[in-house]
Design a binder for this molecule. Sequence first.
Ligand code: E4P
Length: 218
Amino acid sequence: MKFFIDTANLDQIKEMQDLGIIDGVTTNPTLLSKEGAEPIEQLKKICEIVDGPISAEVVGLKTEEMVKEARELAKIAPNIVIKIPMTRDGIKAVKILESEGIKTNVTLVFSQNQVLIAAKAGASYISPFIGRLMDDGQDEIDMLWETMDIIKAYNFKSELIVASVRNSRHVIEAAKMGAHIATIPFNVLEKMFKHPRTDQGLDAFLKDWEKLQAQLKK
Ligand code: E4P
């Protein structure tokens, strides 16, 4: 399973990249606006840190606008993937861009039907937003299982990016069903490292070791 980091923050990306655990990055207009930097420059810097796929989202709503923006974004680096919203115009843009060899990530996906359409359009990646479904009181895990079943049943080329991840349980659920990728916020990645028993165990080992050293000196 691949881990992407869901942020446009360079420090967070560098920290997880240094740990060697991330395979790509997803950004969106909200995440880029949090950084306050010029978006193209920020995306260039991200591409210099991580070799894997880096998602950059279009903001136009019409197919022609999306395609024009996507062609410009794709010039930033060869690993740029274009995030396209799950709309009719978006799906048309996906077909055009994929036929030109520009990889797309269909975003703002909330239903199995939307997954099916994005897969049929030939998207390289599809991002169901499970956290937002959970916020709405829907069964996000069930939706994800059915989504994976659909992708597998027809051997669609699209890879699933489990997005809008809210907690480490979401990552486990995604892994259990064999999702290709989870895009995970920094705070969740940090929590995935931790377990109180690891800290307690380490503390006890070190104390016992010191005890032994003290005994040997006597
Ligand atoms: C995915 O690519 C999106 O950037 C992201 O996961 C959205 O998550 P949110 O619901 O936390 O904004």
